[in-house]
Ligand binder design. Structure first.
Ligand code: TXA
Ligand code: MG
Length: 300
């Protein structure tokens, strides 16, 4: 913790655990620290960063307007996997918002990171701690595989419980979900934006993807040729070279998804195939959003 605080104070990077995925932290109000995050990730400057705060009081320091709706949502869901998009305060560096007038803020639900934020006393940017376009990390080990220790100090808070990134909500009015996540739009009283909405910068279509070619399939597309790692909730026959059995409930599926994709990617297969669940429900919708970004259709 002491080393982490010292690194942040000198404008360097510290990866922190959250309830969703690990974040790549830097002082959100120092442009040169924010610049290091973009450089380390290889992230395009058009993709804005989420500002992480210890509480609603710290959130108010990075926005120009904190409406009653933000207060209500923060009181109900923070600390937790909800990111609020609000008008930015002028002192927030341009790089954080990709030059836009809105800033995304969230208070993560992890004791180690809440302690870090409280003791540091200033907001931290925190994109997922992976190279741009790759699979988000859900363990400290995943982060260590991506960055050398002198570049990124990793605070190990164990595996992430949530497993997929926070819901991003444009507070509005009208309230619009820009990125689906662990908290559903219905629970937020919001509508869901189309993925190509201009109000949703950084929603690049290919994202969260392994290096190995990854396709989404229906059970009837099986078998596929070559050495295939198959992510499925039930075994298919003939057996694939590597079967990664997924939990049948959406929360369990979310918790495991990125670790299994990384495992499949590391196994040196010709192809990763994911049987896409067809169940109804908002968390399944969020999971299908991530699977769509990680994969290409098997046909066409
Ligand atoms: O769960 C999470 O949100 C994780 C953990 C570490 O907190 N963080 C995360 O950050 O997923 P990142 O950088 O991988 O995703 C940030 C996304 C952007 O791609 C964009 O969709 C949205 O948040 N975003 C950030 N700032 C925005 C803004 N000013 N306006 C609209 N959307 C914004
Ligand atoms: Mg990310």
């Amino acid at each position: 913790m002491t080393e982490a605080l010292a690194r942040l104070a000198s404008g360097r990077l510290v990866a922190f655990p959250t309830e969703t995925v690990y974040g790549l932290g830097a002082d959100a109000l120092r442009p040169e620290a924010v610049e290091r995050v973009f450089a380390a990730k290889g992230r395009p400057a058009t993709n804005p960063l989420i500002v992480h705060v210890a509480d609603a009081q710290m959130a108010r320091t990075v926005v120009s307007h904190w409406p009653p709706e933000a207060e209500r949502l923060a009181a109900r869901f923070w600390p937790g996997p909800l990111t609020l998009v609000l008008p930015r305060a002028p002192h927030v560096p341009d790089a954080v918002t990709a030059g836009g007038d809105l800033v995304a803020v969230r208070c993560p639900d992890h004791p180690l990171t809440l302690e870090l934020l409280r003791r540091y006393g200033r907001p931290l940017v925190g994109p997922s701690a992976n190279r741009s376009g790759g699979v988000s990390p859900t363990t400290a080990e995943h982060v260590r595989e991506e960055f050398p220790p002198d570049e990124v100090l990793v605070l190990d808070g164990g595996p992430c419980r949530g497993g997929i990134e926070s819901t991003v909500l444009l507070v509005g009015p009208p309230a619009v979900v820009l990125r689906p996540g662990l908290i559903g739009a219905a629970e937020l009283g919001a509508s869901v934006s189309g993925v190509s909405s201009p109000a949703s910068p950084g929603q690049m279509d290919r994202h969260y993807a392994p290096a190995t070619r990854t396709v989404r399939i229906a059970p009837e597309d099986w078998p596929l040729p070559g050495r295939v790692a198959l992510l499925a909730r039930e075994p298919l026959s003939p057996a694939p070279a590597l079967l990664l059995e997924m939990p049948s409930d959406p929360a369990g599926y979310a918790e495991q998804l990125y670790a299994r994709l990384r495992e499949a990617d590391a196994a040196g297969m010709d192809l990763i195939a994911v049987v896409v669940p067809t169940d109804e429900g908002e968390l399944w919708d969020a999971l299908r959003d991530r699977l769509r970004r990680a994969t290409t259709p098997v046909k066409g």
